[in-house]
Design a protein around this ligand. Structure first.
Ligand code: PNS
Length: 162
């Protein structure tokens, strides 16, 4: 079975990576798909995020990294994927994720959403928090892959100089 792991990944965190690694053990192929979202102003461009994810998943042979526009189910159908993979962190995720899964199910009956419970150590981790910590000069080494942390520090230093 082929699974799509869709998201913003601005930037990828160790929580995302945990879901990708575990998804790789369950599915033949996991496609990490970055949404090109015209309604959000990301810190990193889609191209930068794709590169960050590629570098973070080099050790996983059954991972592909891609970007997409529009509806996730349409993209999944185009790739003939059967599963949308999502991570569930705290209870607060549940309502939003359940609504999204139900909505997607009304759009395509063939595609199932599969949730993986995020590992304990990452259950309160989000890309937004990571960006906020980095913006205020905090350490994010324990929250994101090393090369992403370096990029965040670089971004922060640049903004500090401007
Ligand atoms: O990392 P995120 O921001 O939580 O990911 C959300 C994402 C990209 C999975 C979701 O917003 C999405 O699938 N957007 C594409 C548009 C779509 O398919 N909407 C219908 C689902 S409600």
């Amino acid at each position: 079975m082929k699974a799509i792991y869709p998201g913003s990944f601005d930037p990828i965190t160790l929580g995302h990576l945990d879901i990708i690694e575990r998804g790789c053990r369950l599915f033949e192929q996991v496609i990490v798909a970055v949404l090109k979202n015209p309604h959000k102003t990301p810190l990193f461009s889609v191209q930068e995020r794709l590169e960050q994810i590629r570098q973070s998943t080099q050790h996983l042979p059954n991972v592909e990294v891609d970007s997409f526009e529009g509806l996730t189910v349409n993209y999944a159908q185009m790739l003939q994927a059967q599963v949308l993979l999502r991570g569930l962190r705290a209870l607060s995720d549940f309502e939003v994720e359940l609504q999204m899964a139900h909505t997607n199910n009304t759009l395509s009956k063939e595609i199932e959403t599969v949730f993986l419970a995020t590992s304990n150590e990452y259950s309160f981790l989000s890309s937004s928090q990571v960006k906020e910590i980095a913006r205020f000069g905090g350490c994010v080494d324990h929250l994101v892959p090393q090369h992403v942390a370096i990029e965040l520090y670089r971004c922060h230093a640049k903004n500090h100089l401007n």
